[in-house]
Design a protein around this ligand. Structure first.
Ligand code: ADP
Ligand code: MG
Length: 241
């Protein structure tokens, strides 16, 4: 389980996260939704320790990180938790296969070839695995970025709006994989504007507004929002899609 309590984060004197508390679990999909600028990416970066908070506590599988950190991390959480960003950061001069293999080799993980075969099958990547990123569609690149993260055998995967640049069919494919991944026991944390996906597939939805979790619960909160702000947000997104 990953849990944060009372996370506060300021940038240049401006408050971005204002007392966020939440939990997420392995084998579950947690969707984080909220207006642009509400602090979603900052929360993801705090949960993954890419950006330490100013105050509050983070617990990753029982290991406590107290903010502000008092020095270098004694127990780094990576690659047990791993992040896929919207800009996929694939290396253009390496084939997709090499892109997927490199971090796993560097980490000295065992059985990388067997794992690669499994993951290629899981993501149906055989037809394009030996191409370079610029010879593949955005959806294929997306699968490669996910596959590369999974090669590290994480317990949790964090995804920041990874589907924004995809067309409808590619989105459907990636989301289908995320559900399969959840069923393998991986905890998934996804920032998304796809409320349909959040409603169908998520175990938990968190609505972040102005640096606070304004409302949280199961998919039903999108159907029957309690707060006016979530109600307005849902209407706004649905009107735009
Ligand atoms: P979201 O992902 O919900 O759109 P972000 O977490 O990216 O929101 O940003 C929340 C606010 O924090 C924004 O106003 C953004 O400009 C500000 N912010 C984010 N990162 C930084 C940073 N490194 N330095 C200064 N301000 C930042
Ligand atoms: Mg963001």
């Amino acid at each position: 389980m990953i849990r944060v309590e009372n996370i506060v984060k300021n940038f240049e004197g401006r408050n971005v996260l204002n007392g966020v508390s939440m939990t997420m679990e392995q084998g579950k999909i947690t969707c984080l939704i909220g207006p642009s600028g509400s602090g979603k990416t900052t929360l993801l970066r705090t949960l993954t320790l890419l950006e330490p908070a100013d105050s509050g506590q983070l617990y990753i599988e029982g290991v406590k990180y107290d903010f502000p950190l008092d020095g270098p991390l004694r127990v780094p959480p990576w690659p047990g938790i791993t992040v896929v960003f919207q800009s996929l950061f694939l290396w253009p001069h390496l084939t997709m296969r090499e892109n997927i293999m490199l971090p796993a080799r560097r980490a000295g993980l065992p059985n990388v070839h067997e794992r690669l075969e499994e993951i290629v099958a899981f993501f149906e990547m055989a037809p394009f695995i030996d191409r370079y990123p610029n010879e593949a569609s955005r959806g294929q690149q997306q699968r490669v970025a996910l596959a590369r993260a999974l090669m590290l055998n994480p317990k949790y995967v964090f995804l920041d709006e990874i589907t924004s640049a995809l067309d409808v069919e590619q989105v459907a494919k990636v989301l289908e994989y995320l559900q399969k991944l959840r069923d393998t026991g991986i905890g998934i944390f996804i920032i998304t504007h796809l409320l349909g996906f959040a409603r169908r597939a998520s175990d938990q939805i968190l609505f972040l507004n102005d640096g606070k979790i304004e409302e949280s619960g199961g998919p039903e909160i999108l159907v029957n929002p309690q707060s006016v702000r979530l109600k307005n947000f849902v209407q706004l997104i649905e009107a735009a899609s």
